[in-house]
Design a binder for this molecule. Sequence first.
Ligand code: FAD
Ligand code: SIN
Length: 498
Amino acid sequence: MSRRRALVILSFSLTCILIAHPYSRKMANTTKFMPPQSLTRTGAIVVGSGLAGLSAASQLISYNVPVHLLERSPKPGGNSIKASSGINGAPTKYQPIPDTEFYGDTLKSVGKVLANSRDKRENLISLLTTFSSDAISWLVDDRGIDLSKVAQLGGHSRPRTHRGSGQTPPGASIVMTLLNALKTSPLFQLKTSCLVTKVLKSGDEVTGVEYTCEGGEAGELHGPVVFASGGFAGDAEGLLAHYRPDLAGFPSTNDPKPGSQTLLTDVGAQLLDMELVQVHPTGFVDPKNPLTPLKFLAAEILRGEGGLLMLDGRRFYNEMETRENVTNAITRNPAADASPRQWNVQLVLDEGVYNAAKSHIDFYLWKGLMRKATVADLGPNALASIQQYADAAAGRVGDPFGRSTFADWNLRDATPESVVYVGRVTPVVHFTMGGVVINERSEVLNADDTPIRGLWAAGEVTGGVHGENRLGGSSLLECVVFGRIAGDQAAAFFNKSK
Ligand code: FAD
Ligand code: SIN
C-alpha cells in the first residue's frame, strides 16, 4: 500500500471514529473471525470481471492471496470496458486545483432520497470523493494508464472527469491494463463463460460460491467472496420490469442480461434504491438500424466538450444539467417512435468540439452514427438556435437555458454554410443506482445493517452511493474505490483464516 493511500485511509478512519455515529460503531466489532472448520479455502473468489472485480482482484493479489475470478461472459470486462467518457477524481496531477465541491455536487445529485439512510449515504459518498484522488493516482502512477485529459460533465461544478489523450477509450485502457497485470501473476485464475449460480453460506458466514461453466464444468469454490457482478439495466424482462415497469420499451446501452442481485438477497443482503434507474439522455439512433433496442452510447464527453442538443431542430435545455434533468426535459415531449420509445434529438458539434474529442467523433463518423453536415441541413430553426448558442459561448449574451461552460465550442458566427457534426440521439436505460447495501468496508449488510461475514460487494451491484442520479464518471470511480477496499478487506479476512 502506498504511503499516501495509508495516510488517506488513516485520516478517513479517524474521521469515522470522530463522527462515531451508530452505523460506524456497529461496523467496529465485526472483524472477529471464526472459520467453519470443514472447508478448505483455496483463495478469494471474485464474481465479475468489470472494473470493480479487477480492482478487488488487484488488491488481493498484492497481499499474495490467490484469486479465482469467475465471469459469465466469454470475454472479460463487463460494461466497464465500454466506458467512454472517463473517471472522476479531484484533486489530481491533471486537475490540481483544490476541489471541495465534488462531495457537494454528489450529494446534490443524490436528490431527495438523501433524507432516507442519510448517514450511510454520506459516509459512502465521503469515501468516494475523498479517495478519488488516490484512485486516479493508483491508475496513473502505479499502473501507468494515461488519464491526462480532463473534462467537465453534467451536474459537475468543475472539470474532473479523466480520460486518455490517445485513441483508446478510458474503460478499455483501464480494464486491459489491470487485466494484463493480473494475468502475469501465478496467483490469478480467470474462468470466463462461468456463471455463479449460488452463494454458499454456513451458519452466518458466506463460505464460497457454486458455479457452472459452458462446456460442462461445474462445482463449488470456497473462500471469501467479493461480488462485482454489475447492474441490472440490461435485465428488461426481469429486475427492471419488476422495479421500473414504466421503463418498458425504452432502448438501452446494456446488453440484455439478467441481474445477479438476487443471489445476494438469497443470503440475506439488504437492497436499496432498486427503483432508481438512470436513463441517459443520449444513446445514438443508428440510421442504418433505427429501431434496434440496443443503442451505442453518445458519450457525455461530447456535450462536456461543448456539444449542444436540439429537439426537433431547436435547442431546448442546458446540456450541462444532470442526466436525470436532461432526460426529463426530453421525455416530457411526445415520443417520435413508439417501439422502442425514442425521441428525435440532435446532438450537434462544431469543429472545436470535434478537435477536442476527435478520437470519439472519428469513431462515431466511421460507424455512421454521426455525419458531417452544414447548419442549413439541420432544418429551418437550427440557424437561430445555433447562433444564440454561439453568442452565449462568445459571452455576447447569457445563455437562455443557463449553460455557463462551453468548453471547446469555437463557432462564433454561425451561417447556414457553417460545418457541424450531427447525430440523432434518444434517452436510453443506462445504469442502475440501486443494489445491495454496503458499509465503508464494502461489507454487504443484511436487513438489520449487520455485515454478512465473508461477503463484500463493489461497483454497480451495490446501491446507495448515487441516489437518484449518478454523476457521469463516478461509476468507474466507485469501482476502483470500493473494489480496492473490498480486496483489502477480503485479503485480511483470508489471511486471518489461514
Ligand atoms: P461490470 O463492468 O458490468 O462487470 C460485471 C461483470 O459481472 C460482467 O462482466 C458480468 O458478465 C459479470 N457477472 C454478472 N453476474 C455474474 C454471475 N452470476 N456470474 C459470473 N459473472 C457475472 N461509467 C463511468 O464512470 N464513466 C464512463 O465513461 C462510463 N461509460 C459507460 C459507457 C457505457 C456504454 C456503459 C454501458 C456504461 C458506462 N459507464 C461509465 C458505467 C460503467 O461503465 C459501469 O457502471 C461500471 O463499469 C460497472 O462496473 P462493474 O465492475 O460494477 O460491473
Ligand atoms: C458517458 O460517456 O456518457 C457515460 C459516462 C458514465 O456513464 O459515467
